[in-house]
Design a protein around this ligand. Structure first.
Ligand SMILES: Cc1ncc(COP(=O)(O)O)c(C=O)c1O
Length: 412
């Protein structure tokens, strides 16, 4: 079995001219022309893909498929389902029946299919903001009623306001709950107690749960991800579990996801809606990459998590140092991440408006992070930073942040 160490993830890879959204998209919109950083030198740390090369065995499997040279209509083989089940059994104690799997080209696509399969226009769908913004966008695009249960921030950590959630479910007659687990962007890995309490409320009011678990494999020391369906048969029976190899193995451009539904009635409704989209064959490359990743990717993934923990440690240490050097109160503090590679920075200490905050990061610091307000209610004053990149880039970003804070202090 292949071994991976830091050198795999330390390698800086040039992504220019590779159609990478992270590097190409909206470069021209980045600045208003006053930034001291040439546009190509603003470090992109926003969209959620990684700057790491995929596991060697996945590349080889894709190479072999290319060398074979035929790209006809494709369907997943027994081996595909075996690899998927093996991964989830080994990593998450989750057994997946082959007949419960819908291979699809992406989680957002699959959420949209679920919204149409299980709700009608005007029906209420609940989400917990701040949250991955396509949740809100997809609900609105499908003309459903958006209901928000805002997460509670105590200055260090996020929790759920269960009373508010239950009241809104009753008042708005909520039909579907789009749940993010682990949570992007507040990087919570929900505990069994939290999941069960949520589940019991949803069971009580017959709310269907779509659990988006695309970040399931990114969990740090001290936390454990629990697949919603493993809470018990009642919870499994009333849920749709969204999984994908795309975040774990950096395969977003390959477009591969697997949606797990065990309730036969829900399966029929989902299959019918999938049919209506006209999408019925998974891309050959998605099948090849997904199977190889789940079959051979364990060592790579374990090394990746260790590497990301190193990145997090560096960020924690340096931000603490900046607090001592630049200001007595933390101008920027990190919401301690339990999972995901998307870190949530509390920037309230800077005392800037959201527009000024964005300008600060792009023009004074020279890094391109995601605006907190993009993630909805509760996002104001925060920024989301993607740390799935070589440590050298993290160190450079931290140097820039420190210089930006120093310049700010000197001007005040
Ligand atoms: C919670 C969550 N769901 C879904 C996605 C995107 O999934 P896909 O690319 O499969 O549509 C992301 C990407 O960042 C995400 O964070």
């Amino acid at each position: 079995m292949d071994k991976y160490d830091c050198t795999w993830f330390d390698t800086e890879i040039d992504r220019s001219n590779t159609n990478a959204i992270k590097y190409n998209s909206s470069k021209l919109n980045l600045t208003n022309g006053v930034s001291p950083f040439p546009q190509d030198e603003v470090i992109p740390m926003w969209v959620a893909d990684m700057d790491f090369r995929i596991p060697r065995q996945v590349s080889e499997a894709l190479h072999n498929a290319v060398d074979h040279g035929i790209f006809g209509y494709s369907a997943p083989s027994v081996n595909y389902f075996e690899a998927l089940n093996h991964w989830f059994e080994t990593n998450h104690d989750f057994h997946i029946e082959r007949g419960d799997v819908f291979p699809t080209p992406g989680v957002v696509f699959s959420i949209s299919v679920a919204i149409r399969a299980f709700t009608k226009p005007g029906d209420s769908i609940l989400i917990q903001q701040p949250v991955y913004y396509p949740f809100e966008r997809t609900i609105k695009a499908n003309e459903r009623n958006l209901v928000i249960n805002e997460l509670v921030y105590d200055g260090a950590r996020y929790t759920i306001d269960f009373e508010d959630l239950e009241r809104k479910i009753i008042d708005e007659n909520v039909k579907l709950f789009l749940f993010c687990s682990p949570h992007n962007p507040v990087s919570r890995v929900w505990s069994r107690e939290e999941l069960t309490r949520l589940g019991d409320i949803c069971l009580k009011y017959h709310v269907l749960v779509l659990s988006d678990e695309i970040h399931a494999d990114f969990v740090y020391r001290g936390s454990k991800h629990i697949v919603w369906a493993t809470l018990g048969s009642a919870y499994a029976d009333t849920s749709i579990i969204c999984t994908a190899p795309s975040k774990t193995f950096n395969l977003a451009g390959i477009q591969s996801s697997n949606i797990i539904i065990s309730n036969p009635e829900l399966k029929r409704a989902y299959a019918a809606e999938l049919d209506r989209t006209g999408y019925n064959e998974v891309s050959q490359m998605a099948l090849v990459a997904c199977e190889a990743a789940y079959r051979h990717g364990q060592n790579w993934k374990d090394a990746l998590i260790e590497y990301l923990e190193g990145n997090i440690q560096l960020i924690e240490e340096r931000l603490a140092g900046m607090q001592a050097n630049v200001s007595n109160t933390p101008a920027i503090s990190l919401v301690k991440p339990e999972g995901t590679y998307l870190l949530w920075l509390d920037c309230a200490g800077l005392g800037l408006t959201d527009a000024e905050l964005n300008q600060f990061f792009i023009e004074k610091v020279g890094i391109w992070v995601h605006k907190g307000i993009t993630f909805g209610l509760g996002g104001s004053g925060f920024m989301r930073i993607n740390i799935a990149c070589p440590r050298s880039l993290i160190a450079e970003a931290l140097d820039r942040i420190e210089r930006g804070l120093m310049a700010d202090k000197d001007n005040s």
